[in-house]
Design a protein around this ligand. Structure first.
Ligand SMILES: O=c1nc[nH]c2c1ncn2[C@H]1C[C@H](O)[C@@H](COP(=O)(O)OP(=O)(O)OP(=O)(O)O)O1
Ligand SMILES: [Mg+2]
Length: 200
């Protein structure tokens, strides 16, 4: 697959990670902001609906193949919250410090054994604006919420997400290791396999 893809995200952390991972997969993309595409309204009630809304918006505004990621942290003790609403959990969209503080507060009386959580990522790819057969890949990454932030890498909830397989937070992982094992890495690899199979 050779055509350039418009990446329908405004999240600098995600763009950094897609930049690193897509190069390795031979996928070439351009950020939607460089093409004047405004963010889509995320009015969906599921991750896949929101990812589809973002990808469709970018494809319709550019006429190009488009890819979008909708992701979040799903916390068992909070009935799956903040989940779909992770980016605006504390109210202001993208205020990572406020979102993390609110999550710590919400779990302040929750013992370690009940702080299980997962990052979830859904990626949608559209070949063109009218594509009726989107390619969809999803993955989750199991962990638990720490009681204090740790680490300076990554973005969003990484300082609070403990990765049991590595004994550290996802913000303490070297970026290349996170880009090998994360929900986003797993979902992108699945999408790439589906793209190859579909020769999209
Ligand atoms: O690897 C991750 N490490 C830490 N936090 C993460 C990760 N992956 C998603 N998250 C959090 C950030 C944000 O609070 C929400 C995504 O929300 P989400 O709507 O998909 O993205 P966004 O609005 O920041 O940018 P955009 O929609 O333009 O892609 O989940
Ligand atoms: Mg968003």
């Amino acid at each position: 697959m050779s055509r350039k893809i418009v990446l329908a995200s405004g999240n600098a952390g995600k763009l950094r990670e897609f930049n690193a991972m897509m190069a390795d997969l031979g996928l070439e993309f351009v950020r939607q902001s460089e093409l004047g595409v405004q963010d889509a309204e995320e009015t969906g009630l599921t991750f896949v609906e929101n990812a589809l809304l973002k990808a469709r918006n970018a494809a319709q505004h550019t006429g190009m193949p488009a890819m979008a990621d909708d992701s979040g942290i799903v916390v068992d003790a909070l009935g799956g919250a903040p989940g779909l609403y992770s980016a605006r959990y504390a109210g202001e969209h993208g205020d990572d410090a406020a979102n993390n503080a609110k999550l710590l507060e919400a779990l302040k009386d929750t013992p370690e054994a009940q702080r299980s959580a997962r990052f979830y990522c859904c990626i949608v790819y559209l070949r063109h604006p009218h594509d009726q057969l989107p390619i969809i890949a999803e993955a989750s990454w199991e962990g638990r919420v720490l009681s204090a932030p740790s680490g300076a890498n990554g973005f969003g909830y990484d300082p609070l997400f403990y990765v049991p397989t590595h004994g550290c937070s996802s913000a303490e992982l070297p970026p290349e290791e996170k880009n090998r094992i994360s929900h986003r890495a797993q979902a992108l690899r699945k999408l790439h396999t589906l793209l190859e199979q579909a020769k999209a």
